[in-house]
Design a protein around this ligand. Structure first.
Ligand code: UDP
Ligand code: MG
Length: 316
């Protein structure tokens, strides 16, 4: 099969029929063999009935229904799990992404050998202050931290080689940072394509202000997990040791001073009169705690590690 289109849908009843017809038209025109996988993310409207209706009309349409709303990342993850196409395309269900982009995305993956191609909504039809400006800032930060040159990390329209999506795990609200996850799994050829964007035709956006807090936290955890997830002691151990040494040096200097004073029979002030005594003490306690959390982290990550957690590209 050439293409799997994975579409997370949460209360999108009005859009789905039109979307399926549009995708069908594009696929038929280009003679692709394809499947469309809808994931109904616990919708409370008739989304699932509409999906059922579409599966009856078109044998290429498939549906997965969540019992409750788990979020876009979970929906993508389950879609990825069943996707069989050589190229996997993700898009939003709200008709904001244009299916006409699919052939070119497919070409970039198969001919130009990209692992991942992300859409870039260069001209974006979303509210300016609640979406466009914050998103510029998010993308700037993500670009700086991840060193991936993308303008639009969170674009719903993306294309992947099949093995890319099979080897990354999208959870929480990590769908914003799939390119970062892909890069850390060793897929370096990441491209970008300017895509058409439309205003939302039906329904309303599912993301409100909470994404201003969750977005940056998720970026932090992506970076942390991918860098230190398998070796937490390296981070916590280093921090812990440094903090401990700092505290120890402070306490030692105070102690040595005191001893020298006693030796020369001068009256030195009480060690506990110095602020450095308290700072040193705190540093030593903190250092030990940091070190211990590193150890615990190590134990936890060891207990979960096996051969499957390493990505093997080839074996001969
Ligand atoms: N979505 C989902 N589960 C959720 C929230 C959103 O599956 O909990 C889907 C939604 O149906 C849409 C896509 O994710 O297909 C993007 O959502 P939306 O259009 O609301 O986001 P925006 O384009 O406003 O950033
Ligand atoms: Mg949208």
């Amino acid at each position: 099969m050439d293409i799997s289109v994975v579409i997370p849908s949460y209360n999108e009843e009005e859009s789905l029929r039109e979307l399926v017809n549009w995708i069908e038209a594009v696929m038929d025109k280009n003679k692709f063999s394809y499947e469309v996988i809808f994931i109904d993310d616990g919708s409370t409207d008739t989304t699932w009935q509409v999906i059922e209706e579409c599966t009856q009309k078109n044998a290429s349409v498939k549906g997965i229904k969540f019992r409750r709303n788990y979020g876009k990342s979970a929906a993508l993850f389950c879609g990825f799990d069943v996707a069989k196409g050589d190229v996997v395309i993700t898009m939003d269900a709200d008709l904001q992404d244009n299916p006409e982009e699919i052939p070119e995305l497919y070409r970039m993956i198969t001919e130009e050998n990209y692992d991942l191609v992300s859409g870039w909504k260069k001209k974006r039809y979303d509210p300016l202050f609640s979406k466009n400006i914050p998103s510029k800032f998010f993308n700037w930060t993500a670009r700086r931290i991840s060193k991936i040159k993308l303008h639009d990390f969170n674009c719903g329209l993306k294309a992947y080689k099949n093995r890319v999506i099979k080897s990354i795990e999208v959870y929480g609200e990590m769908h914003r940072y799939i390119p970062v996850l892909a890069k850390w799994s060793g897929f370096n050829k990441i491209g970008e394509k300017v895509v058409q964007h439309q205003e939302r035709k039906f329904g309303k956006t599912k993301y409100g202000f909470e994404r201003f807090i969750r977005g940056p936290l998720d970026l932090l955890s992506v970076i942390f997990i991918s860098k230190y997830g398998k070796r937490p002691l390296h981070l916590f151990g280093t921090l812990g040791t440094l903090t401990f040494i700092l505290g120890f040096v402070m306490a030692a200097i105070l102690g040595i001073n005191k001893l020298l004073a006693i030796r020369h029979n001068v009256t030195a002030p009480l060690v506990t009169n110095s602020p450095y005594f308290y700072i040193g003490l705190t540093c030593m306690v903190l250092g030990t705690l940091l070190f211990l959390s590193g150890f615990l982290g190590e134990l936890i990550s060891r207990s979960g590690s096996n051969r499957n957690s390493y990505l093997i590209e080839k074996e001969i």
